[in-house]
Design a protein around this ligand. Structure first.
Ligand code: ARG
Length: 461
């Protein structure tokens, strides 16, 4: 069992089938540099407690630095006989600094407290990458909103025409969930910044090592309060996977609209050539594949989360090997978002809106009927009655093939004596949008105010 981290109590080596099943280097090698950072911190704790002389510690750190260089250059790779990243790196360290010194590093630590710490370090780094990419997407939405201050969109509920809104209001409505995702990542970081290192296998160490020193060296906030919880809890992984899934869902909802807007029937947007794809058979095609991949990957992100939750749900304390199954799903979620977000941002930043088409459709579907009802309320008609009157006007216009704005004075009067010709003042799309001027409404000045707040919140997160 060459290079293994265990073996003394075994008469024979592991079977090839077990080795095949047990091996994790094909995915946990991604943690190699974090493992080395952990080893630097642990060596400092060993030195502080008197288990390494200053000279030994210096040689240890130098050896670890060489390993890190070799990992970065690709010169150091796990061998088929290595079970995991920890064993592979210990073998390499023994080669680098000799068995006598290299053999001292494992004192007082376990792969259990190591792996629990490394996955946090990895996720904290990638949370930073994802947050930066998300911020760029928010910026792209904000830039599009700014570039179209007056454009009108038929706002929908149930995918049916409901009330006209500013395109900017709609785009910013997609910005807010992303801002909350940024805030979620920030809140998650406070819980992720706990270091299980020093918990050993589960119960702590007899050697008087200082877990707070290790936490500090790793840039984490504090050591785990409980060594069993530290080594066995993975809610920090599940919570990250939830945030990743939520980001996926938020992208997917916008993606779905872009796909619809890009159809011939809607005709609201044109995708930039650089951010759309062609067909291998139909020469005319230009497809919204980025949006579709966003929609598709959201399913995968949800699957990673549910898989993790299922893995964790019945694990007794403390460490169980089942926990090795947390890595691939969460690594996959990270990889999916890191490749998706830049492409998605590029697609959004380069969208061209057909604002005339959108504006021309905005009055359709009697989308100003609520404005009529609310105008009647200003004329002291109770809303219950106003709603009936406006509904009757819709029916009368529909029967005659008219829009609300086309109704004659006679028709208005026929539907209700309350419908004076002055109601036409509210029968314009611009007037309708401008009059929704309460906080959070779609009136242009409110949308501008809201945008400043959106940007401030995104930058603060
Ligand atoms: N590869 C394991 C994991 O990812 C860590 C090693 C712990 N192995 C063990 N036999 N206790 O969780």
């Amino acid at each position: 069992n060459e290079g293994a981290l265990w073996g003394g109590r075994f008469a024979g080596g592991p079977s090839p089938e077990l080795q095949e099943l047990s091996r994790s280097t094909h995915f946990d090698w991604q943690l190699a540099l974090y493992d080395i950072r952990g080893s630097h911190a642990h060596a400092a704790a060993l030195e502080a407690a008197g288990y390494l002389t200053a000279d030994e510690a210096a040689r240890m750190h130098a050896g670890l630095d060489v390993l890190a260089d070799k990992v970065r250059s690709g010169e150091l790779q796990p061998r088929p006989s290595d079970e995991d990243v920890h064993g592979a790196l210990e073998t390499a360290l023994l080669d680098e600094v000799g068995a006598e010194l290299g053999g001292r590093l494992r004192a007082g630590r376990s792969r259990n407290d190591q792996i629990a710490t490394l996955v946090r370090l990895y996720l904290i780094d990638h949370a930073g990458v994802i947050a930066r990419e998300l911020l760029q997407l928010v910026d792209a939405l904000v830039a599009q909103a700014e570039a179209h201050p007056a454009a009108i969109l038929p706002g929908r509920t149930h995918l049916q025409h409901a009330q006209p809104v500013l395109l900017a209001h709609h785009l910013q409505a997609h910005g807010w969930p992303l801002v909350r995702d940024l805030e979620r990542l920030r809140d998650w970081r406070a819980r992720a910044g706990v270091s299980p290192y020093g918990g050993g296998a589960l119960a702590g160490s007899t050697l008087g090592l200082d877990p707070a020193l290790v936490a500090r060296e790793l840039g984490l906030d504090r050591p785990a309060e409980n060594s069993m919880d530290g080594t066995a809890a993975r809610d920090v992984v599940a919570e990250f996977a939830y945030i990743a899934a939520q980001i996926g869902i938020d992208l997917s909802r916008l993606a779905e609209e872009i796909i619809l807007w890009n159809t011939r029937e809607f005709g609201f947007v044109t995708l930039d050539d650089g951010y759309s794809t062609g067909s291998s058979i139909m020469p005319q095609k230009k497809n919204p594949d980025i949006a579709e991949l966003a929609r598709g990957k959201s399913g995968r992100l949800i699957g990673n989360l549910t898989g993790l939750l299922a893995t964790f749900k019945a694990l007794p304390l403390a460490y169980n090997r089942d926990l090795q199954e947390d890595k691939e799903p969460v690594f996959d979620s990270v990889a999916a978002l890191e490749v998706l977000l830049p492409a998605f941002t590029g697609m959004v930043a380069t969208l061209r809106f057909d604002t005339e088409r959108m504006a021309s459709l905005a009055p359709e579907g009697f989308s100003l009927a609520t404005d009529v009802a609310e105008w009647l309320v200003t004329q002291r008609v109770p809303f219950r009655e106003a709603h009936e009157i406006s509904g009757a006007l819709v029916r009368a216009c529909e029967e005659r093939g008219l829009g609300l704005e086309d109704a004659s004075d006679e028709l208005l009067a026929e539907v209700s004596p309350h419908l004076a010709p002055a109601v036409r003042e509210v029968l314009s799309i611009e007037g309708s949008v401008a009059s929704r001027s309460g906080v959070g409404g779609t009136a242009p000045e409110r949308v501008v105010e809201q945008r400043a707040e959106l940007v401030a919140r995104a930058q603060a997160a």
